[in-house]
Every structure is written in structure tokens, then in C-alpha cells.
Design a protein around this ligand. Structure first.
Ligand code: TYM
Length: 330
């Protein structure tokens, strides 16, 4: 059986990008593999949340994981800070991670552009913390969206470097994984790149019907095609990509044909898209609300996950300490 590790930062509610890029694969993998799915609360400290926000967001993601169908009896569901051995492994990896390679990381460059007032060391070393998360359970596979590909590459670099440095064959070389052919990138509603928590372009699993319809109807489009079979501009392609994810194949085909014949009416197209998104998300909302009201159950799940994660994490860190040469004098 292979070991699978993945996590999500608790910086807001989960959106369709998180679901289709990551969680959809978690659900399948938990049936077959030895899975660790965590909430990356250490990572979220790079943006300096208040204590109240931090706790609320962790709770929200835990409830959302469970509402999506992650099963604490099938996989280990835990909160990153409940496994402090992660921080120790992060420290070890940082000793052999170099400023140049960390600065070249695309997500670092994006982050310093977006928050120039807060370029902290946690942002720079984000990839080593992520590598620690993954190799602390010696993962083989990491289900993630396309935006995490480079982080996985860096994880392999750090794992290989450790093996080489200490002349051991200890860590696996984990790979980014998706059940489809390619890693997924769900587009945002604002005509640009990907759906993201901070970008105000997302549809959240807990959005209500009215909000979803409003967001979709307001999504960026244009005045419509003027030539038969003309290529789609990015904003329109994004909406079609979204439809491909949530709607039936026939629906997609239908609107594609209308587009190619210059007969598409974006109002109808968006109405249908909103309808299909509502159909997809509505079962989640009720479950999320019920779970958020059940502190006792959330506590039980978090405790069980922490215990299972610690068992695996402690073993790794103890072995790593030994490999590095830490020996007890007492
Ligand atoms: P985060 O919290 O930004 O996103 C969580 C997961 O959702 C995926 N995702 C998307 N996939 C497709 N299209 C989108 N628009 C989209 N937006 C988000 C992400 O690829 C990710 O899989 N660094 C990670 C969290 C993390 C982690 C880890 C992941 C920390 N340690 C160890 C895996 C293994 C992050 O910030 O993801």
C-alpha cells in the first residue's frame, strides 16, 4: 500500500478549486491507500491571522473536509500543529535548503508581489515546511492541484539531498498526483488565472444559492463571438472550463455548439452554469453547518487524527535524528 499525504491552508472557506484540485482525489485515495490529510495551520501563519481567525478557519476546514466525505476511520485527518515534529523536521531541512533556490520559487515571487509589506522568513521557507509535511510520513503520492507542482519538485530535491548527504536511502521521492491525466487548475470568475481564496474570484462550497447565482452572473465575459468557430478568449474559456467540471457533457456540448455558431447568449449560458454549480454544492452546505455546530465530534476527530499522525511522525523524526547524528547522553 502506498502512503498519501496532502493538506490545505486554513485561510478561508474551501472553494471549487480546492475541491476539484485536491479533495476529489482525497476521497478516492482514502479507499485504497494509507492517507494523511491535514490542515496546514502552521503555513497559514505567513499571513499573520489573529488567534480568533486562525481557530475559526481551522475549524471550518475540518468541518468542510468531513462534509466532503473524508472519513476519519479510513484516513488520518489531523491538524498540522498537532504534529509539532513537523516543525523539527522543517528545521533540519532548512539547514540544507538554499536561499537562491527558495527565492526562485514561483509562489514566493507571487507572494512578495502580493504582500510586499510582509516578506517574512516563513514565506521564503514555505517549500521546506511543505516538504516536511510530506516526507514526515514518507509519502509516495501527493494529491494536489497544478499550482503545487513546483513545491513537489522542491520536496523531491530536499528528500534526495538528505539521502545523499547522509548516504542513506531513507526518504521516497514523492510525486504530485491526480487521477486524471493532468493536474487540475480550476479557473476563477474574474477572467484571470486560477480560482483562489485571496483573489475574490471564488465559489465556496458553503456559498448559498443566491450568492452563487450572483457571482456567476457577474463573472467576466465579453460581447460574444462574431465569427464561426472563433477561438475563445481567456475569460470565456474559463467559464467553459468551469462548465466542463460541474455540468453534464451534453450541456457543455450544447453551449459549445452555440458558441461556434455565434448563437450563444451569455445570460442563458451563465444561468445554466450557476444552476449546475448550485446542484453540486447544495449538499455540502447543510452538512458543513451541522458539523460546525458539533464541537464534540470535531474534537473527537481531531484527537484521533493527532494520535495517528504522531505515531507516524515521531517514528520518522526519531529515525532522522539518529541518521543526522543526534545521540542521547543520558
Ligand atoms: P492551498 O491551501 O492553496 O490549496 C489546497 C489545495 O487545493 C488546490 N487548489 C487548486 N486546484 C485546482 N485549481 C485551483 N484553482 C486551486 N486552488 C487551490 C491546491 O493545489 C492544493 O492542492 N501549500 C499548500 C498546502 C500544503 C500542502 C502541504 C499540500 C501545505 N503542506 C503538503 C500538499 C502537501 C497550499 O497552500 O494549498
Amino acid at each position: 500500500m502506498e502512503t498519501v499525504v496532502s493538506g490545505i491552508r486554513p485561510t478561508g472557506n474551501l472553494h471549487l478549486g480546492n475541491y476539484f484540485g485536491a479533495i476529489k482525489n482525497f476521497l478516492k485515495m482514502q479507499e485504497e491507500q494509507n492517507c494523511y490529510f491535514f490542515i496546514a495551520d502552521y503555513h497559514s501563519l505567513t499571513t499573520h491571522p489573529t488567534p480568533a481567525d486562525l481557530h475559526r478557519n481551522v475549524k471550518q476546514v475540518l468541518a468542510e473536509y468531513l462534509a466532503c466525505g473524508l472519513d476519519p476511520d479510513k484516513s488520518t485527518i489531523y491538524i498540522q500543529s498537532d504534529l509539532p515534529e513537523t516543525a523539527e523536521l522543517y528545521l533540519f531541512l532548512n539547514m540544507n535548503a538554499y536561499k537562491g533556490e527558495l527565492e526562485r520559487c514561483t509562489s514566493f515571487k507571487d507572494k512578495i508581489r502580493n504582500q510586499p509589506e510582509n516578506v517574512n522568513a516563513g514565506l521564503l521557507t514555505y517549500p521546506t515546511l511543505m516538504a516536511a509535511d510530506i516526507i514526515i510520513h514518507n509519502a509516495h503520492k501527493v494529491p494536489v492541484g497544478k499550482d503545487q507542482e513546483q513545491h513537489l519538485e522542491m520536496t523531491r530535491t530536499f528528500a534526495k539531498r538528505f539521502n545523499r548527504l547522509y548516504n542513506v536511502d531513507y526518504f521516497n521521492e514523492p510525486v504530485a498526483f491526480n487521477f486524471g491525466e493532468n493536474l487540475v487548475k480550476v479557473p476563477g470568475l474574474d477572467g484571470s488565472g486560477k480560482m483562489g481564496k485571496s483573489d475574490g474570484n471564488a465559489i465556496y462550497l458553503c456559498d448559498d444559492e443566491k450568492t452563487i447565482r450572483k457571482k456567476v452572473m457577474k463573472a467576466v465575459s465579453d460581447s460574444g463571438p462574431t465569427e464561426m468557430n472563433q477561438p475563445k478568449p481567456d475569460a470565456i474559456q474559463n467559464l467553459f472550463s468551469m462548465m466542463q467540471i460541474v455540468s453534464a457533457p451534453d450541456t457543455l456540448l450544447h453551449f459549445n455548439e452555440l458558441y461556434n455558431k455565434c448563437e450563444i447568449r451569455y445570460g442563458d449560458f451563465k444561468k445554466q452554469l450557476a444552476e449546475d454549480i448550485v446542484l453540486f454544492t447544495s449538499p455540502f452546505k447543510e452538512k458543513i453547518d451541522a458539523l460546525l455546530a458539533d464541537d464534540a465530534y470535531l474534537g473527537k476527530v481531531a484527537k484521533m487524527g493527532a494520535e495517528k499522525a504522531r505515531e507516524s511522525g515521531r517514528k520518522t523524526v526519531n529515525e532522522v535524528r539518529e541518521i543526522i547524528g543526534f545521540k542521547s547522553f543520558y
